[in-house]
Design a binder for this molecule. Sequence first.
Ligand SMILES: Nc1nc2c(ncn2[C@@H]2O[C@H](COP(=O)(O)OP(=O)(O)OP(=O)(O)O)[C@@H](O)[C@H]2O)c(=O)[nH]1
Ligand SMILES: [Mg+2]
Length: 333
Amino acid sequence: MAGRENDIAALAAGVAAGDRRALARAITLVESGRADHRAQALDLLARLRMPGQAAAGRQALRLGLSGTPGVGKSTFIESFGLMLTGQGKRVAVLAVDPSSARSGGSILGDKTRMEQLTRDPRAFIRPSPSQAQMGGVARRSREAVALCEAAGFDIVLIETVGVGQSETVVAEICDLFLLLLAPAGGDELQGVKRGIMEMADLILVNKADGDLRPAALRTMADYAGALRLLRRRPQDPEGFPKAMPVSALAVEGLEAAWAEMQALADWRRGHGHWDARRAAQARHWFEEEVRQGLLAVLAQGPARGRLADLGGKVEAGLLTPEAAAAEMLRGLE
Ligand SMILES: Nc1nc2c(ncn2[C@@H]2O[C@H](COP(=O)(O)OP(=O)(O)OP(=O)(O)O)[C@@H](O)[C@H]2O)c(=O)[nH]1
Ligand SMILES: [Mg+2]
């Protein structure tokens, strides 16, 4: 037991020193579903995070990045990541989606598309986790982000292909949310759900190069128009959210996009929105953990029988879901 505590202390020290191998091992630990690993993971996180004492200088900029398959996320991360490491910044990249949701060639594609960044000593790249459960993915992702932050990374990029709930998960983890789009053929908006657009702080229309450039600029103008119709959010200065053209392949527009991200982050820091968002996120995850934990307790504890019984009645059409839930909760008060 004492040995294990020492192991966790050593692992925490390795992470805090910015050691990438220690960070990789720490992320593997928080991903594990084993109960004894879970206890160690909580110990590790507690050693690395001292609530209320986190120095502002230790905060990474957490960037969420979402985009449909093929839009150029990997290419963007390679170019954008290299630009940042070239400025002396340390960049961590995490993928949020369960691997089952990714196309088969993805990992191989990423190896070639992020070739230089993978070898960059200032970068850390962590591919998708293997477990496919969204609740597990959410917890694992935010804990992995916290570990990267504790390891002193300046920027943590959190990538999602945007299937199902993963955008919402990313939005609840990141400071800024980037939506990557491809040039559209016609003049229609690309069926991007309104909810996703409302999460975006910056819409980047990629592939604004060569023959695709005119279409990319048209698409960008369409989105800029659509963004103007959205209600102004309190956490935004004038002019945000914004749409911009970029080319991940030709490495164009990335510096301009980075300047906008920094301007927005600075404004939010200066106006209290940065801390407020992180505080609200922490509260959200606390409540989410309690919700998940309560369900697990109910499913395993003495109330298990009643839960199964009421669930059966709902299935059989004898009780409405609402009435059954109310009865279940009455028993707990
Ligand atoms: N012309 C042009 N092509 C690009 C650009 N960025 C990416 N591509 C191409 O688009 C294709 C898909 O790029 P990826 O970076 O793999 O896209 P992705 O979003 O990571 O795709 P998934 O991992 O499958 O979700 C590749 O053939 C890239 O070379 C760009 O800026 N301009
Ligand atoms: Mg990719």
